[in-house]
Design a protein around this ligand. Structure first.
Ligand SMILES: [Zn+2]
Length: 403
């Protein structure tokens, strides 16, 4: 009897720690594009190895989340998904063909959870480190048979009514037609360019937070973490600032849902660029810190999920000597090779991987499962092996929103 009581108590305590008892009012969904188990492992090893004698694993902001799952990512027509199909799965709970944003294999139109959550009275924010019409953010507000139809996708932003968007820019602002900026403004959005402009305008209602145009590396994406370190331009904005800005705009007694994508982990992995991979993963982890800070203030009603849309590159710590990468990138080490030299391409990317002891299995996406980290209200639902299509349904369950 005593054992039954103890077991029941322990089970109850565990359930409470994973937040089954409270409704999630404030939900953060982070998607590391291409951030598989390998990317996390390589980055944690990088953080753990400080010199030739150090053995160990460091931790990212989400490494210590109490719930962990692994999601399958295949699309309707490929074992290896692309970001359009996997973004759609994470947004709508439906498998679609690669290249397709919220349009099913039979041409059926699908509705993402951001709309359902918004209709239920929550505020909504969508942000990415690349352009806002790129596949993953697009899957949370747009619809198109082809992910490359940037103008068509960007044109749909204004009609969403979502309270916050953030990112690099619109990818293809116009085709000689009214551009996406004008369309968003006509729909009642204020567009802020850069930190100061955003601070001045963030009380203005529905807002789009883009980087300032004079500091943009190009108009499509935020600078990478390594680029920011190398050029040290204080006007550069980060995913962390977008998330923090979104909290300012979205925080209200009813609650909110936000999706924030660390988009360029994928690009580094496609190039088999280990330094880029590590730095973009750290960059997203820094953004997750903002959500954790919010969670600590509202632990009973906040849910944070960190996952990936798919794995890219298949990196593995073959003979990890990542401390060598640290000294290559450390600007103050007195070492001739620092981040500027690194960025100027002094070493080839394959040479850098060799120096760091990292192997790659692909220059493309792989079909591996991806990690799912969760903490807070309803986080227990994300444990174990799940499918990517389960994730939006579980978010709606946690929020009490009809899926
Ligand atoms: Zn990719």
């Amino acid at each position: 009897m005593k054992r039954i009581v103890t077991t029941t108590f322990l089970a109850f305590a565990l359930l409470c720690a994973t937040g089954c008892c409270q409704k999630a009012k404030y939900v953060f969904l982070f998607i590391g594009d291409g951030m598989g188990f390998g990317a996390v492992s390589v980055t944690e090893t990088y953080l753990g190895q400080t010199d030739s004698t150090a053995i160990g694993m460091g931790q990212l902001a989400f490494s210590s989340f109490p719930v962990m799952g692994a999601a399958s990512t295949y699309s309707a027509d490929h074992q290896r998904t692309d970001s359009a199909a996997s973004g759609t799965a994470l947004s709508t709970g439906e498998k679609v063909n690669n290249d397709s944003i919220c349009i099913g294999p039979e041409g059926d139109t699908l509705t993402g959870i951001a709309y359902k959550i918004h209709d239920a009275g929550y505020k909504v924010g969508i942000m990415a480190t690349v352009c806002i019409d790129h596949a993953t953010p697009a899957a949370f507000y747009g619809r198109s048979s082809h992910r490359g139809d940037y103008y068509e996708i960007g044109s749909q932003l204004g009609s969403t009514g979502f309270e916050f968007f953030g990112g690099g820019d619109f990818n293809r602002p116009d085709k000689g037609q009214p551009d996406c900026f004008a369309k968003a403004e006509a729909a009642g959005y204020t567009i802020a360019y850069g930190r100061d402009d955003f601070a001045a305008k963030k009380g203005a209602g529905k807002i789009v937070f883009f980087q300032s145009r004079d500091t943009a590396r190009n108009t499509n994406q935020l600078p990478t973490r390594l680029e920011r370190i190398a050029r040290n331009n204080p006007a550069d904005i980060t995913l962390k600032e977008l998330v923090s800005g979104a909290v300012d705009v979205l925080d209200n007694p009813k609650g909110f849902f936000m999706m924030a994508e660390g988009s360029m982990i994928d690009w580094a992995a496609h190039s088999n660029d280990v330094a880029g991979l590590v730095n973009e993963t750290i960059d997203m982890s820094d953004a997750v810190e903002v959500a954790l800070e919010f969670y600590r203030k509202h632990p009973k009603n906040t849910l944070i999920i960190v996952t990936a849309d798919h794995e890219t590159g298949g990196p593995a710590t073959n003979k990890p000597t990542l401390y060598k990468l640290q000294s290559m990138l450390e600007p103050s080490s007195g070492n001739e090779t620092n981040v500027d030299n690194y960025m100027s391409g002094e070493h080839s990317l394959s040479e850098v991987s060799k120096i760091a002891g990292i192997g790659w299995t692909a220059g493309s996406h792989t079909a591996d499962r991806v990690p799912v980290y969760a903490i807070g209200a309803g986080s227990g639902k994300f444990a174990g092996e799940i499918d990517n299509t389960d994730i939006p349904r579980k978010i709606c369950e946690a929020m009490g929103v009809e899926f």
